[in-house]
Design a protein around this ligand. Structure first.
Ligand code: FES
Length: 143
């Protein structure tokens, strides 16, 4: 019959404590530092129902993980632009009174083609394609 010495008992106890610590620390580390997972590409997204937006209005919607500014210009005219300002990445918004896109961070303005009108933005907003499918408003990458 094998004898359990004090030394082997310490090893068993130490191994159990180490295993317990590892089983606690590993999930915490995975939570704090998740593995990089590539984002699934999004090609088109239904972002609104036409009845939800009045003409001359805008709203920021999600296109995958990116914010996109959807604008209903007129009854049947829609535009969509990346909602991230090209200056320092603030989120832009639609200003119905001037029919322009405005960045509140540094008072940058874009027109309804996404071109810079005034302020510090160095380049136009990225434009997305917009189409309607019945009452659904669908945006897609332009390409
Ligand atoms: S971040 Fe938009 S104007 Fe500066």
């Amino acid at each position: 019959m094998p004898q359990v010495t004090r030394r082997s008992a310490n090893w068993l106890l130490g191994g159990g404590v180490a295993g317990s610590l590892a089983s606690f620390v590993y999930p915490v580390m995975r939570f704090l530092n998740p593995p990089a997972t590539p984002e699934a590409p999004v090609n088109e997204v239904v972002v609104a129902n036409a009845q939800q937006m009045l003409p001359n209005s805008g709203r920021v919607v999600k296109f995958g993980s990116k914010p996109v500014l959807l604008i209903r210009v007129g009854e049947a005219e829609w535009r969509a632009f990346g909602a991230t300002c090209t200056h320092l990445n603030c989120t832009v918004q639609y200003r119905p009174e001037s029919q322009q896109i405005w960045c509140a961070c540094h008072n940058g303005f874009y027109d309804l083609n996404g071109r810079v009108v005034s302020g510090p933005p160095p380049r136009p907003l990225d434009e997305y394609a917009v189409r309607t499918r019945g009452q659904e408003i669908v945006i897609a990458r332009k390409g």
